[in-house]
Design a protein around this ligand. Structure first.
Ligand code: UDP
Length: 239
């Protein structure tokens, strides 16, 4: 073990969109290879890693629903997209020698194990990475909410949201050059200001269960390891 970790067990939320890298759709090979290297680094520190993977790089339920598609159907398609990403992630981890298990919130036994909390905990204790696919298994939710929920269920010390943006900003930094990044912010403030950090359901869950949340960019090399070592690379959201 190279460094003493600040956390024993983490729930890492990887956004689907981050998997696209510089592409406009799907999974960018170089990007996923870089991501799994970052995961391997923290596994080697002795940290237990559970991952919730998003699906926005393949399918997001909101836009098709807005265009007239049944929302629940679109959301199930979104959940299926996360299963594809989970399998890609497992494959990429395997390539670099990291053992993982995929557990899906929607039953599809030929493809992935069903979500079983006790089994997931056992895998983590064995040092295996557990990838939670299909979000919460329910339409009208997001994978951010799945991250908060699974994080609590497995008794994670922190939820780490690894995304394209390097933290929580006062406004969208892409459209407002004056937007500044918060070093830390309370859940209440993030909810009241409707900041783009996680949806309100996920934030409320974290707040009520006093689950800290760290938001940082997955594209900064070594960021995950630094966060797991106790650094604040982006924004810390707390009670
Ligand atoms: N989704 C859902 N229930 C869940 C998780 C996800 O219905 O519990 C659907 C929803 O349509 C969402 C899509 O799956 O838009 C992809 O997930 P998300 O947008 O959270 O992925 P990310 O933003 O991380 O790419």
């Amino acid at each position: 073990m190279s460094q003493t970790p600040a956390y024993q067990r983490i729930l890492l939320k990887l956004s689907g969109e981050a998997l696209m890298g510089s592409d406009s759709y799907g999974i960018n090979r170089a990007t996923i290879e870089q991501m799994v290297k970052e995961v391997k680094d923290v596994v080697e520190m002795g940290v237990q890693v559970a991952v919730v993977i998003g699906g926005g790089n393949i399918f997001r339920g909101v836009a098709p629903a807005a265009a007239g598609m049944d929302r629940a159907t679109a959301d199930y398609m979104g959940m299926l997209a996360t299963v594809m990403n989970a399998l890609a992630l497992q494959d990429a981890l395997k390539h670099i020698g990291v053992v993982s298990r995929v557990q899906s919130a929607l039953t599809m036994q030929q493809v992935a194990e069903p979500y079983i909390r006790g089994k997931a905990m056992r895998y983590l204790e064995e040092g295996k990475v557990v990838i939670f696919a299909a979000g919460t298994g329910n339409p009208f939710f997001t994978t951010d909410t799945a991250a908060a929920l699974r994080g609590m269920e497995i008794g994670a010390d922190i939820v780490l949201k690894a995304t394209k943006v390097d933290g929580v900003y006062t406004d969208d930094p892409k459209t407002n050059p004056d937007a500044t990044r918060y070093e830390s912010i309370t859940f209440d403030e993030a909810i009241a200001k409707n900041l783009k950090v996680m949806d309100a359901t996920a934030l409320t869950l974290c707040r009520d269960q006093k689950m800290p949340l760290s938001v940082f960019s997955i594209f900064k090399q070594g960021a995950l390891k630094r966060v797991v070592s106790g650094a604040n690379e982006g924004t810390l959201v707390h009670v």
